[in-house]
Design a protein around this ligand. Sequence first.
Ligand SMILES: [Fe+2]
Length: 202
Amino acid sequence: MESRDWLVSDNGECQACILSGDVQWPSNPYRLYRFLTEIEDIILTFKENRRRLQMIRPLVRRLLTSSYWLQTEFLEPSSATGFSILKLYEEPYFGLSAEIVAARPGIVSPIHNHGTWAVVLLLQGSCKYKFWERPGDKDFPHKIKPLSQKVLVAGDLISFMPNAIHRVESIGDEVTVSFCVYGSQENQRLAFDPILHTAEPF
Ligand SMILES: [Fe+2]
């Protein structure tokens, strides 16, 4: 069976992961507060982001499989920006947040990294992700080079290492809805300009 779980490494490579959606979950409800608590335990126990993501990916799938209300919970995209963010969890001085992002067809994000680990499960619609690497130009440390792209459809999951540089575009003819969970802002999140070879916090 083709993988539906992906990991984008710090150098922009998009790699297939062992499928976490094929697991038989316990039948008892898996609630958001328990999901968040288990992620906190993972963050405290495992310091390596790749390991954290390996542990968190199946929990995201379990949460969205178990929680019907989350599968249908999003804000209509703003008419001004074309997207909306429904914050599910965030608190000061603690590096964990969860939100549901909805975007109209044609909406394109900046080219960015997250400065932290991230997991995104696409709940509705389809997206085209593009990935870049930093070739390591001494004069232009933020210079980036395109690497590859991948189209995701509802049910696909993509996870990011902190320096994975990417851009997401909503494609198709329906609003895209994604469940997103992020770790601490260990490094500042950056938006990249591929023409000027610069990067700015965003
Ligand atoms: Fe992103």
